[in-house]
Ligand binder design. Sequence first.
Ligand SMILES: NC(=O)c1ccc[n+]([C@@H]2O[C@H](COP(=O)([O-])OP(=O)(O)OC[C@H]3O[C@@H](n4cnc5c(N)ncnc54)[C@H](OP(=O)(O)O)[C@@H]3O)[C@@H](O)[C@H]2O)c1
Length: 312
Amino acid sequence: MEYVQLGKTDLMVSRICFGCWQLSPAFWGDVAIDPWQDAVRAALDVGVNFIDTADAYGEGLAESELGQLLAADRLRDRFIVATKFYWRFTNGERFPDTTYGHIIDACEASLRRLKTDRIDLYQIHAFDPLTRPDDVAAALLELKRQGKIRWIGVSNLNPEQMRMYAKNFDVSCLQPPYSALNRAVEAEELPYCLSERIGVIVYSPLFRGLLTGKYKRDHVFTDSRARAPQFSGEKFHRVLDALDTLRPVAETYGLDLAQLAIRWVLTHPAVTSAIVGVKERRHIEGIVPAVGTPLSGDDWHRVARVLADAAR
Ligand SMILES: NC(=O)c1ccc[n+]([C@@H]2O[C@H](COP(=O)([O-])OP(=O)(O)OC[C@H]3O[C@@H](n4cnc5c(N)ncnc54)[C@H](OP(=O)(O)O)[C@@H]3O)[C@@H](O)[C@H]2O)c1
């Protein structure tokens, strides 16, 4: 495993981060807890020291399961724990809320569920158009002063939004979507983070599993992916065909397609770590060989071009 400094923080994070969104039944169905716990333990064995969750994942379920496991196995100090706030759940509905009071309450609730006294990286999950930056900053700086959070990150923000927050506090890290099938952040967000030395931890690097090439052409998704256009019909088949043509590229590096997709995001100089969504041990163990010598420029562009053509 390789470890790198997250932006300007004192956190040395593994280049693979364990993603906990999969404990969100509304999106992923019911994921079995025993294999998931086994995967968290396996992550440590393969050198993964970085784990990403959110209060919204399963409306607290992901944080609670993680907290119970870390406490029972005394693993808290072996992980750099990142979580997020933003959504307030009320009577079956959810609303963005980045007011002072909500941020303080949300942090206390996350600490309770995670059974810890500090969050290593506390992230704003998305941009709330009603956000008052002074309010957000006052809450986050107060939590930092109390030692309840160590570093502040953001997710799904553009450079203008990050610049606005950066006037009030250090934005240490951005969590954007990024993969060879979704390169939108290459234009502005990644250059901004590179020039400002902001860490970048990318989500959906496997495009929610699609880039693994493991699904058969007649695969029927039964979770939230069933509603996404890329996961059925002609679009799905075109990507699978493109992935078949990329298998030899993966093989020249001794990788499978999932590992190639992760090596591809890690080759971008702005990217600190790839957050991989995990349900079971083989997901996390299987992805670790992705960390290693970057792809050649030619291969990096070849992968991007083949997938862009398929997604057109
Ligand atoms: N900030 C945000 O707004 C945001 C949004 C989304 C995600 N995230 C974070 O990013 C993490 C990752 O994103 P993601 O879950 O969307 O997508 P992802 O990592 O691109 O894909 C996860 C899926 O890939 C498959 N997979 C994982 N490892 C594998 C391996 N080694 N071999 C074969 N298949 C493998 C599994 O699919 P199957 O289930 O089909 O087996 C898994 O459910 C999340 O868990 C969460 O922590 C953040």
